[in-house]
Design a protein around this ligand. Sequence first.
Ligand code: PRP
Ligand code: URA
Length: 206
Amino acid sequence: MPLVVVEHPLLQDVLARLRDRRTGSEEFRRLAHHATLLLVAAATSDLAVTPGEVETPLERAGVRLLATRIVAVPVLRAGLGMLEAFLDLVPGAQVGYFGLERDENTAVARCYYEKVPADLGSAVVFLLDPMLATGGSAAMAVEGLRSRGARDVRLVSVVAAPEGVSRLAAAEPDVRVFTAALDRALDVRKYILPGLGDFGDRLFGT
Ligand code: PRP
Ligand code: URA
């Protein structure tokens, strides 16, 4: 499975501040937004464009226009912190949702909500989930997207753990993962080390 660790200095600086335990929710939201802008720029860099023409104030200019149907699917709840940034960059995207929650004791994800556009075969689908820990949530979401015909699926995450990358690669070898960091490991509670803690709690101040 292709894993792209985006090393852009602006992204790494944002990540440093997301990791910092002193960063409060208001700042965390702003940083999550900025991180997503930079990650999505990387994750969309090979999208198909079609040639066109526009009239500038001076003359006609050859241009290239996005020629791809794009669907963004944030995984609730933490992925909601990435949606606005995605739509800033791709305002015409369709949006679907997966509500997934890990059991606090077992860290096994369960799905409590699902609303995704039909017929995803003609779209490039961007799954937005900031944390790839065990990979259970991502694997479940991708399976749901596949059942609706999705072929080109890309996961945009902020931090990934080796365990999650391996699990997703085994289950879904064609899914491309774009992340700001590949961290060291998971702890006994299946939190990413060094990670940044519970993304959803920090984002929403819970
Ligand atoms: C977090 C995170 C991912 C999931 C990753 O969500 O946003 O969806 O954990 O863990 P995994 O790779 O081990 O499945 P969580 O279940 O805590 O729900 P929340 O977003 O509602 O806080
Ligand atoms: N979910 C989070 O929010 N953080 C982790 O480290 C793992 C799962």
